[in-house]
Design a protein around this ligand. Structure first.
Ligand SMILES: Nc1ncnc2c1ncn2[C@@H]1O[C@H](COP(=O)(O)OP(=O)(O)OP(=O)(O)O)[C@@H](O)[C@H]1O
Ligand SMILES: [Mg+2]
Length: 251
């Protein structure tokens, strides 16, 4: 039998609701939305602000439930996963790291939550720091003593230290300088080669996305309007909206 998708959204509808019971504001975002991510596959999710990219990501992490349809992880309905199985790297490394914890403690925290064996934790932390390009002297620093790019390396180390099966990168490079962006994108690619996690890489920038992703999905107002192998996005797209995104990314 073929291996089931790592993460699957099957005919999912989702709306945010705000306000009180008698004055509820409903914002529908996704309707009959389906997506399959294969084990080890990196999906690029692009589309303008508000198109629903982060919503798709949060549903894939099981952080929210759909109104209808199914979210599955390795073929079974998404439940609370063992800590460390699903990870996320967000845009702002300033706010995603606890300023009071040293790098070592920040990176070790998910191992504690996942109840990893206490012995060997320190070695595991130093090993993942090395893999993200930080030498052992960084272990005792605090976030305030790091550059933006270094903080994002720590966030990535924290996300990967438990060997997750699926990682959401939600605008993980968007707040960085262009040259640092390129370094972090290269890092994500090389880490994915080693760790083989499945992932969604969300970005406004099609240039970055096509470099890191295997397959690209273009979202417009909560619907998939274009989809294909990342190679295809090196050519001017036939689809009008994709072409617009390409031009916005200087392609
Ligand atoms: N917590 C929330 N409550 C109500 N509406 C929300 C909430 N989060 C997002 N939305 C709305 O849902 C829609 C999709 O939002 P989402 O965050 O998924 O977009 P996005 O593609 O990630 O945008 P961006 O590129 O700006 O991050 C938008 O219209 C947004 O205003
Ligand atoms: Mg978003």
């Amino acid at each position: 039998m073929a291996e089931p998708p790592l993460v699957e959204l099957d005919d999912v509808s989702f709306a945010y609701s705000q306000g009180s019971a008698w004055a509820r504001v409903r914002t529908p975002v996704l309707e009959s939305f389906s997506l399959q991510i294969a084990p080890g596959e990196m999906i690029g999710l692009v589309g303008e602000s508000g198109s629903g990219k982060s919503t798709v990501g949060k549903l894939c992490l099981g952080l929210m439930r759909p109104e209808s349809g199914q979210v599955r992880f390795t073929g079974t309905p998404m439940r609370r996963q063992r800590p460390g199985t699903l990870s996320v790297v967000l845009q702002h490394p300033q706010t995603s790291l606890n300023p009071r914890l040293t790098v070592e403690r920040s990176v070790a925290e998910p191992l504690a939550l996942a109840r990893a064996d206490r012995t060997g934790r320190r070695e595991r932390v130093l090993q993942i720091l090395e893999q993200v390009g930080l030498d052992p002297s960084f272990a005792q620093r605090y976030p305030a003593q790091l550059s933006g790019g270094q903080r994002q390396r720590v966030s990535i180390a924290r996300a990967l230290v438990t060997e997750p099966r699926f990682v959401l990168f939600d605008e993980a490079v968007s707040a960085l300088d262009v040259s640092v962006q390129a370094q972090i994108i290269n890092l994500i690619r090389s880490l994915q080669d080693v760790h083989r996690f499945g992932a969604i890489f969300i970005s406004h920038d099609l240039r970055a996305t096509r470099y890191v992703a295997d397959r690209i999905i273009v979202l417009q107002a909560g619907a998939i309007v274009d989809e294909g192998s990342a190679h295809r996005f090196y050519e001017p797209a036939k689809h009008e909206y994709t072409r617009k995104l390409q031009l916005a990314s200087d392609i």
